[in-house]
Design a protein around this ligand. Structure first.
Ligand code: RFL
Ligand code: PHB
Length: 404
């Protein structure tokens, strides 16, 4: 048995784990990351594209922002199209100056991995049989296997950054956890293509045929999504069928501009709202998708992961630099307040923008629910106050400080 020691054991080398590790090491707090798959596999997952200002600042503090600052696109606004009628949400004007940055999760992850390697920090990729022990004690540990050898990692704290299907959340006894969940009756079919985007800004499209989103990664790379029934399989959708359906849902002027091409990646993501409370148990802290999932309609998943990282980082810096352990119990409450706001916003945007007509939702038939949501959306889009409510949540609510 190999025995390792560190201050903070981090489970998962997704954006949450890598960002936390980088921030902690900048403050002299040692950490080791255990990741189930290879680095290349992690980089193969095409996910988020929109970063809130709070996230951007954390990446700068972590010392991994050079490429994001050079290549990320600042977005002042986005559009909502309702059956082809477009409304521009001018985030910058409506919020008094706030914007978001369009830069892919894959690139952020790549930059954080490179920064970790440059700093000589330890990551065990392809760590299997990860199991968390004694998390309620002052000396927790993590068992794992790597290259056919058994290891024990002794530590002070464990950050469970291992996503929705990880082991960390399951380590909290079931009677301690309350889990809230809404599984939506549809998914998003996403396509990445090396084609110029239809628009400078994102277009969220509500359409009788179902939701669509026109997003991008750069001036030459597009990311598009369409709402599909959960019964659909990726193999059912040829590239051609995807482009034809997308064209029908985009506003006509945008559809006319659409440049199509072969898909580089194509996948279906189910939509889910999920929250686990509390987000801590003894010296184990859940961070990011390990504790909560949002439907992607509000672009909040990665951004909520970042606000969890910010909260845990503040707690651990105070613990190690000021010797104050009393702040530890604040983590879950601080993180959950922001999580619930992001969850509510994502659920609301999902309800307003998707087609529920053939489904039942919120205890009523889909047709009635759809009419309520149509009215809700037109109310918010029709006034500056309504648009402001959407804009200030899209750019992201501010981060909370620790109490003294
Ligand atoms: P991740 O990225 O899932 O990383 C968890 C890591 O843990 C590893 N792991 C384990 N490691 C060791 N032992 C185990 N037993 C382990 N089990 C798992 C996994 O291999 C993995 O590497 O979670 P993290 O770091 O919390 O990051 C969360 C984000 O990935 C996620 O919230 C976002 O991608 C969500 N999301 C979006 N968020 C935004 O803020 N803006 C967006 O525009 C946005 N668009 C999206 C999205 C998610 C999408 N999908 C596919 C769900 C668009 C889509 C389509
Ligand atoms: C993306 O570019 O992948 C993206 C952007 C905004 C969303 C969801 C996904 O709301």
């Amino acid at each position: 048995m190999n025995v390792l020691k560190t201050q903070v054991a981090i489970i998962g080398a997704g954006p949450s784990g890598l960002l936390l590790g980088q921030l902690l090491s900048k403050q002299g707090i040692s950490n080791i990351i255990l990741e189930r798959v290879t680095g290349d596999y992690v980089l193969g997952r095409i996910r988020a594209g929109i970063l809130e200002q709070g996230f951007v600042e954390l990446v700068r503090e972590a010392g991994a922002a050079r490429r994001m600052d050079e290549e990320g696109e600042i977005h002042d606004g986005f559009e909502i199209s309702v059956d082809g009628h477009r409304t521009h949400i001018d985030m910058k004007k409506l919020t008094g100056g706030d914007t978001v940055v369009c830069y892919g999760q894959v690139e952020i992850t790549r930059d954080l991995m490179a920064a970790r390697e440059t700093a000589g920090l330890i990551t065990y990729y392809e760590a299997t049989d990860v199991a968390l022990d004694n998390v309620k004690s002052a000396s927790p540990s993590v068992r794992f296997r790597h290259d056919n050898e058994a290891y024990t990692l002794q530590c002070d704290y464990i950050a469970g950054c291992d996503g929705f299907h990880g082991v960390s959340r399951q380590t909290i006894p079931a009677h301690i956890r309350t889990e809230h969940e809404r599984v939506y009756p549809f998914g998003w079919l996403g396509v990445l293509s090396e084609t110029p985007p239809v628009s400078k800004e994102l277009i969220y499209c509500k359409h009788q045929r179902g939701f669509a989103l026109a997003s991008k990664r750069s001036a030459s790379r597009s990311r598009y999504y369409i709402q599909v029934p959960l019964s659909d399989k990726v193999e059912d959708w040829s590239d051609d069928a995807f482009w034809q359906e997308l064209k029908k849902r985009l506003p006509p002027e945008a559809a006319a501009q659409l440049v199509t091409g072969p898909s580089i990646e194509k996948s279906i993501a189910p939509l889910r709202s999920f929250i686990c409370e509390p987000m801590q148990y003894g010296n184990l802290f859940l961070v990011g998708d390990a504790a909560h999932i949002v439907p992607p309609t509000g672009a909040k998943g990665l951004n909520l992961a970042a606000s969890d990282v910010a909260a845990l980082y503040k707690v651990l810096v105070r613990v190690y630099q000021q010797g104050d352990k009393t702040c530890i119990k604040q983590y879950s409450e601080i993180a959950l307040r922001r999580v619930w706001h992001g969850e509510r916003f994502s659920w609301w945007m999902t309800n307003m923008l998707h087609n529920f007509t053939d489904m039942s939702a919120a205890d009523m038939d889909g047709k009635t629910f759809a009419r309520f949501m149509q009215s809700e959306l037109s109310y918010y889009l029709a006034s500056e106050n309504g648009q402001k409510v959407i804009a200030e949540q899209y750019v992201g609510l501010s981060y909370e400080e620790l109490a003294n």
